[in-house]
Design a protein around this ligand. Structure first.
Ligand SMILES: [Zn+2]
Length: 450
């Protein structure tokens, strides 16, 4: 057993952090959470604290990054040439996608996931659609790219939900995939099922879920096939939804309804489903999402980078949709920034303050994100949960003098001092213990961009 003594810890259902909390872990699980009364002796049974590992600062549960495309990390800072319009971004994205193979993707994803570990992320949802070789030819192992991502997460020391993505068509009216997109496609949903069924991830750190790329990329009559696979497995199902108004317009033109309505009619919505972005839903869409308890994964730093807009986060939460967070394109990997953007973007849009309490943002970044990825036993500092401990410095240039309850409005990923995943220390003193993150990122990105 290991004992950790947190200067402050954010306990479940607390509006603010609790000082002096003894956390006991054993076998990768939390076995004790004991708040010590400030300045007094520990309660009976906690006689000796000299062996406890001190955690100065604020200790949080593990952060969950519920939406990632690992290879987009190679695009950071490369999509702003000229004035950096959407097509600049997409051209670079397709160039990088065209170059990756299982070996180079392993190297790039390992470095990207290690950067996430440094930022306090203990679990990532990889929305994975780069399945096949050049021209769409399957590798000898048709799941070689999936296996590379699972191995990358193991090297980085974090958990992964591989959201294997069905990506079948280029447009809502069913135009075929062309150019680099051909690497994404399985032909039809039944062949997607056959490929995914043949994949068993190597290691207890990984599980498989499903994704529908969008209503653009999966024909309406095949949506239920993907949703049915997730339902039978009890696996999470994710889908990009209404990221831009053009998707809504195209869906109305072809199907006569919004993307959300189309998904509802084909059995895609529900408590195991997470809609990513949901930036441009109608009021009726918000009701459909909330009534079905469909989760919403907001990716504010990507949505701002791609000029998508600001989704109605408060209205969706009030309608009944749990909110989670993702770094998506990895223009930024910092869940503190994603979390506070949920509140700050609402302020910009409404010109009013006070939409989300700090504890709401913590919930989105931790337990809600883990739940969206199918890890119902993570994201809380509670007995029985996975032993994920993320400790944030409160003595950095950004956080000095900040009360612990304000940490989510002040800290950055660079303030994460220590990260424990499933009881194992992955980051100590702000350094990844097994991956030289800047060197590996530089090398891996150089391989696919030079
Ligand atoms: Zn995405």
């Amino acid at each position: 057993m290991t004992r950790w003594l947190a200067e402050y810890a954010w306990l479940p259902d607390h509006a603010e952090p609790t000082p002096d909390v003894l956390i006991e872990t054993d076998g990768g699980r939390i076995t004790g959470v004991i708040p010590l009364t400030a300045g007094s002796r520990p309660p009976a049974g906690v006689e000796v604290l000299t062996d406890a590992v001190r955690l100065p600062g604020l200790t949080l549960p593990g952060l969950a990054n519920a939406h990632s495309h690992a290879f987009h990390r190679a695009l950071r800072g490369r999509t702003h040439n000229g004035r950096g319009d959407f097509w600049t971004w997409r051209d670079v994205m397709y160039t990088v996608a065209a170059r990756l193979d299982p070996d180079s993707y392993l190297a790039l994803a390992r470095a990207a996931y290690a950067e996430m570990a440094l930022a306090g992320i203990t679990c990532v949802g990889e929305f994975h659609y780069l399945h096949h070789g050049p021209g769409g030819k399957p590798y000898d192992d048709p799941n070689a790219m999936s296996a590379a991502l699972v191995e990358a997460a193991a090297h980085a020391g974090i958990r992964l939900t591989l959201l294997d993505t069905a990506y079948l068509t280029a447009t809502v009216d069913g135009q075929p995939l062309v150019g680099p997109q051909r690497r994404f496609g399985d032909g039809d949903a039944l062949r997607w099922v056959r490929r995914v069924d043949a994949f068993a991830p190597d290691g207890g750190h990984a599980r498989v879920g499903a994704a529908i790329h969008s209503v653009r990329a999966v024909p309406a009559d095949q949506l239920a096939t993907v949703a049915g696979w997730a339902d039978r497995r009890g696996a999470p199902l994710h889908v990009h939804l209404s990221e831009q108004p053009a998707e809504n317009d195209a869906c109305r033109a072809v199907h006569g309804c919004s993307p959300t309505r189309l998904l509802a009619e084909h059995g895609v919505l529900g408590g195991h489903t997470t809609a990513v972005h949901a930036t441009h839903p109608t009021s009726a869409d918000i009701t459909l999402l909330g009534d079905s308890r469909t989760g919403i994964c907001l990716c504010p730093t990507t949505e701002r980078d791609l000029a998508d807009g600001i989704g109605p986060a408060r209205r969706m939460a009030e309608a009944g949709s749990p909110l989670s967070l993702g770094s998506d394109s990895h223009a930024v990997v910092d869940l503190f920034e994603e979390a506070r953007a949920v509140e700050l973007d609402e302020r910009l849009r409404t010109r009013k303050r006070g939409h989300f309490a700090a504890a709401d943002l913590v919930t989105a970044a931790t337990v809600a994100g883990h739940a969206a990825l199918g890890w119902g036993d993570a994201g809380r500092l509670s007995v029985g949960d996975r032993a994920d401990l993320v400790t944030v410095r409160l003595d950095s240039a950004r956080t000095a003098g900040v009360p612990p309850v304000g940490a989510f409005f002040a800290a950055s990923a660079a303030d994460v001092a220590q990260v424990v995943v499933d009881g194992r220390v992955v980051v100590r003193d702000g350094r990844h213990l097994t991956v030289d993150v800047p060197t590996e990122l530089r090398t891996a990105i150089g391989e696919v961009t030079s």
